[in-house]
Design a binder for this molecule. Structure first.
Ligand code: 3HC
Ligand code: NAI
Length: 679
C-alpha cells in the first residue's frame, strides 16, 4: 500500500501519510504528496485539500537516512511549491511534532490547524543544517523575523498555543478531532476570494531590522553555540528574507544549505543523532524480555552524587528513600536537594508547587530496613571496595527479592560487588555523571551475570528520567573514565617536556572541550587522594599541594584564580614545572597547538579501540555518545571515534607511533584495511 492515501469527504480531498515511525518525508511520501495535489487539481468535484498524518506525529522532517545519497525526485522544495501553487486551498492538520521539512510542508499550505498538544519547529540546526525547503524564507513571512529567528537558529520546537499566538497556526483544535476539524476548516474557506500564500506575504517583514538587530542576537545567542557553523548560516538565511525577494532568498537558502550539507559538522551531528538512538539498543536481548516495574527507588549516600541521582527520580515522579549514616549528613544532603530545586524554580524551570511535590516524594532515613520495599536501590557511598561490599551484603539481606541493586561506582569492579549477593543477576552499575541531576549521560554497567530484564529495565528507566544511556562492560573506569586516563598521562608527560599546563588546556578548549585536564584538576581539587603527612615533594602535584596550591578552592592550583574564578597562568607553577622537567633530563620541547591536541586525543582513540576490541562497548558510536554527553566533547566533531574517522585512522596510527605509544591491534588492523570505526 502506498504511504500516501487519499479519500474524498464530499468536496474535500483528505490526503493521509502513513510512514511510521515519524512520517519522515522520504521519496515515496514526497511523490505521493505531489500526486495527491495533481489528483485534486484534475478533479472538478474537489474544492479543498487537507493534509494529515497517521500514527504518532505529523511529518517530523526530511528523511535523514537519505542525506548523503543521490537525490531521487521529486525534491521537497518542488513538492512544497506545488502545494503552495494549488488553486484549491490546502490545509495542514498537525498533530505530534511538525518538524523541519514537516513544518516547511505546513508553511507551503495555505492554512494550518493544530491539535492543542502539537509542537512545531525547525530543528535542522541541531543536525548542522538549516531548513532547506523554504523554511528560512516562508517562516519569517508568516510570523515575522523576530519570532522566526530564534526558531531557526536555536531549533527548539514551540507549543501549538505559542504557534497560534504568533500566527503560525490559524486554529487550535481538540486532539481527538483533528481530521474532522481539518475538513470543516477546509470547507469554511472554500469560495474565499483568495487564500494566503506564505511566499507572497510581506505584511510581517519588518524591513527596519538591520545589522544592529542581528548583531545583538548573535551576541546574546551565539555564545553558547561557539564552534558550531550552522547557527551563523541560519542567521544569514533569515536575513535574506528581509533583504531579498522570495526567489532570491530561496537561492541563498539553497546555497547555504548545500555548503552545510557537504561539510564535516553536519555529517558529525547526524552521526550524533543516530548514535544516541543506537545506544539505547542492547545487543543480544530477546524482544520479549520484560521491563520490571520501578515504583520506588532507594539511594544510599546523600553526598554529591546521591543527592543528584535522587533528583532525577523525584522529578520524574518516582518516590525516593535516601539513606545516610548520620542525621547531620542526611540533613545536609536533603537541604542541598531542596536548594537545587529552589534555584531551578527561580530560573523558571519548576513552579513552587512542583518543587513541593518533588520534595514530598523524598523520604530521608537512617534505617536501612526502610529500603526493604524498593524496586531499585542505587548506592553512592565512598569509592572503596570494602565499603561497597559491606553495603551490598546488607542490602541483599534487607531488600525484597527481585529488586535491582545498583552501584554508582566510578571505577570499581561491579562483578565483585555482585558476588557478595545471592542475586547477582539483579546487580549492575548505574554510573551517573556529576552533577547527576544535570548531566545527560548514564553508563549502564553490565556485570557478568546481570539479567537481560534488568538491563532492559535500566534502559527504559533512563529514558523516563531523561538520560542518554550507554551500556558498558566491567572494566576499570568503564568507557568514559577509562579513556580519561591515557589523556591525563599524555598531559602529565607533556609537562615534563616543558609544555605549560595552559598550552595543554588551551589546545583542548580551542578544539571545543569545555576545559582541559589541568583546569579539571584545579576544579576537582589537587588534594583528592593527596597525603599531607607523607608528602615529600616527589611529584608536581605534591609540591603544588604543599604550597597550598590545592586548586580553585584555595584560589590557586595549576593556575592563579581571581574572585570570579577566572584563570591566569602562574609564574610560580611555571618554575616548579621547569625544575621537574630539568630533573627528568629530557630536552625541552615545543609543540604546536595541533600537536598537543593530537598527543592528548590520539591515545584516547587508541583506548577506545581497545574498549571495542574487548567488547566493553557495543559499538564505536556508543563511545562517541559517552564523550559528548558525559564530558562535553564537541558534538560538531561527532565524538572521539567519529573524529578519528574523519581525520583518517592511518593518521591516528602514525601519530601514536611517533608519540611512542603501542597501537591497539584492532585500530592498526582497521587503519591497514582503510576502514572506519563508524561503518
Ligand atoms: N528521518 C529519518 N529517521 C528518523 C527521523 C528523520 N527525520 N526522525 C526520527 N527518525 C527515526 C529515528 O532514528 C528512530 O529510528 P529507530 O527506531 O530505528 O532508532 C525512530 O525514527 C524514532 O525516533 P525517536 O527515537 O527519536 O522517537 P521519539 O518519539 O523520541 O522522537 C522526534 C520523535 C521528536 C520526531 C525525533 O525523532 C526527532 O527529533 N527527529 C528529528 C527531527 C528533525 O531533525 N527533523 C529535521 C530533519 S532535517 C530536514 O527536515 C531538512 C529539511 O529542512 C530539508
Ligand atoms: P560523597 O563523599 O560526596 O558522598 C558519599 C556519601 O555516602 C557521604 O555522604 C557518606 O556519609 C555516605 N555514606 C558512606 N557510607 C555509607 C553507608 N554505609 N550508608 C549510607 N551512607 C553512606 O561521594 P560522592 O562524590 O557522592 O561519590 C559517591 C560514589 O559515586 C563513589 O562511588 C564515587 O566514585 C561515585 N561517583 C562520583 C562522581 C563525582 O564526580 N563525585 C561521579 C560519578 C560517580
Amino acid at each position: 500500500m502506498s504511504v500516501i492515501s487519499t479519500r474524498k469527504d464530499g468536496d474535500v480531498l483528505v490526503v493521509t501519510s502513513k510512514n511510521p515511525p515519524v512520517n519522515a518525508l522520504g521519496q515515496a511520501v514526497r511523490a505521493g504528496l505531489a500526486d495527491a495535489i495533481a489528483q485534486a487539481a484534475a478533479d472538478d468535484t474537489i474544492k479543498a485539500i487537507v493534509i494529515t498524518c497517521e500514527g504518532r506525529t505529523f511529518f517530523a522532517g526530511a528523511d535523514i537516512t537519505e542525506f548523503g545519497k543521490p537525490p531521487v525526485g521529486p525534491s521537497l522544495p518542488e513538492v512544497i511549491d506545488a502545494i503552495e501553487a494549488s488553486a484549491k486551498p490546502v490545509v495542514a492538520a498537525i498533530h505530534g511534532t511538525a518538524l523541519g521539512g514537516g513544518l516547511e510542508v505546513a508553511l507551503g499550505c495555505h492554512y494550518r490547524i493544530a491539535a492543542a498538544s502539537a509542537k512545531l519547529g525547525l530543528p535542522e540546526v541541531k543536525l548542522g543544517l538549516l531548513p532547506g525547503a523554504g523554511g528560512t524564507q516562508r517562516l519569517p513571512r508568516v510570523v515575522g523575523v523576530e519570532a522566526a529567528l530564534p526558531m531557526v537558529v536555536k531549533g527548539d520546537p514551540i507549543p501549538a498555543a505559542t504557534a497560534e499566538r504568533i500566527g503560525l497556526v490559524d486554529k487550535l483544535v481538540a486532539d481527538d478531532q483533528l481530521t474532522e476539524s481539518g475538513v470543516a476548516f477546509a470547507r469554511s474557506v472554500i469560495g474565499a476570494s483568495s487564500h494566503p500564500v506564505s511566499s507572497a506575504r510581506t505584511d510581517k517583514i519588518d524591513t527596519s531590522l538591520g545589522d544592529a538587530f542581528f548583531d545583538e542576537f548573535r551576541k546574546t545567542e551565539l555564545r553558547r553555540l561557539k564552534g558550531f557553523e550552522a547557527p551563523e548560516a541560519c542567521i544569514q538565511a533569515v536575513r535574506a528574507a528581509i533583504d531579498l525577494p522570495f526567489a532570491d532568498g530561496i537561492k541563498r537558502e539553497r546555497e547555504l544549505f548545500g555548503q552545510l550539507m557537504t561539510g564535516t559538522q553536519s555529517a558529525a551531528l547526524r552521526h550524533v543523532f543516530f548514535a544516541e538512538r543506537a545506544a539505547s539498543k542492547i545487543d543480544g536481548i530477546p524482544a520479549d524480555t520484560p521491563v520490571l516495574p520501578i515504583a520506588k527507588v532507594g539511594i544510599l549516600g546523600a553526598g554529591t552524587m546521591g543527592g543528584g541521582i535522587a533528583m532525577n527520580f523525584l522529578t520524574a515522579g518516582i518516590p525516593v528513600t535516601i539513606l545516610e549514616r548520620e542525621q547531620a549528613a542526611l540533613d545536609r544532603g536533603v537541604a542541598i536537594i531542596r536548594k537545587n530545586y529552589e534555584r531551578s524554580a527561580a530560573r523558571g524551570k519548576f513552579t513552587t508547587d512542583q518543587v513541593a511535590q518533588c520534595m514530598d516524594r523524598l523520604t530521608p532515613t537512617l534505617e536501612m530496613t526502610d529500603l526493604a520495599d524498593c524496586d531499585l536501590v542505587i548506592e553512592a557511598v565512598f569509592e572503596h571496595m570494602e565499603v561497597k561490599k559491606e553495603v551490598f551484603t546488607k542490602l541483599d539481606a534487607i531488600v525484597k527479592p527481585g529488586a535491582i541493586l545498583a552501584s554508582n561506582t566510578s571505577y570499581l569492579n561491579v562483578d565483585e560487588m555482585a558476588a557478595v549477593t545471592k542475586r547477582p543477576e539483579y546487580v549492575l552499575g548505574l554510573h551517573f555523571f556529576s552533577p547527576a541531576n544535570v548531566m545527560r549521560l548514564l553508563e549502564i554497567v553490565k556485570a557478568a551475570k546481570t539479567a537481560p530484564a534488568v538491563l532492559k529495565t535500566a534502559m527504559a528507566l533512563s529514558k523516563k528520567i531523561g538520560k542518554v544511556a550507554v551500556v558498558s562492560g566491567v572494566c576499570h573506569g568503564f568507557i568514559g573514565n577509562r579513556m580519561l586516563s591515557p589523556r591525563q598521562q599524555a598531559a602529565n608527560a607533556m609537562l615534563m617536556q616543558g609544555i605549560a599546563p595552559w598550552a595543554v588546556d588551551d589546545a583542548l578548549t580551542d578544539f571545543g572541550m569545555p576545559m582541559g585536564p589541568f583546569q579539571m584538576a584545579d576544579l576537582a581539587g589537587l588534594d583528592l587522594g593527596w597525603d599531607k603527612a607523607n608528602s615529600k615533594g616527589e611529584t608536581i602535584r605534591d609540591v603544588l599541594c604543599e604550597r597550598d596550591r590545592r586548586g580553585q578552592k584555595t584560589g590557586k592550583g595549576f593556575y592563579d584564580y581571581d574572585e570570579n574564578r577566572r584563570r591566569t597562568p602562574s609564574k610560580e607553577v611555571e618554575e616548579i614545572i621547569a625544575a621537574f622537567a630539568a630533573k627528568s633530563g629530557g630536552a625541552a620541547q615545543s609543540f604546536t597547538s595541533e600537536e598537543i591536541r593530537d598527543r592528548l586525543l590520539f591515545p584516547m582513540v587508541n583506548e577506545g579501540a581497545k574498549i571495542l576490541d574487548e567488547g566493553m562497548a557495543q559499538r564505536a558510536s556508543d563511545i562517541d555518545t559517552v564523550w559528548i554527553n558525559g564530558y562535553g566533547w564537541p558534538a560538531y566533531t561527532g565524538g572521539p571515534m567519529f573524529w578519528a574517522d574523519t581525520i583518517g585512522l592511518d593518521t591516528v596510527v602514525a601519530g601514536l607511533k611517533a608519540f611512542g605509544h603501542e597501537v591497539s591491534p584492532y585500530l592498526a588492523d582497521k587503519a591497514a584495511k582503510g576502514e572506519r570505526f563508524n561503518g
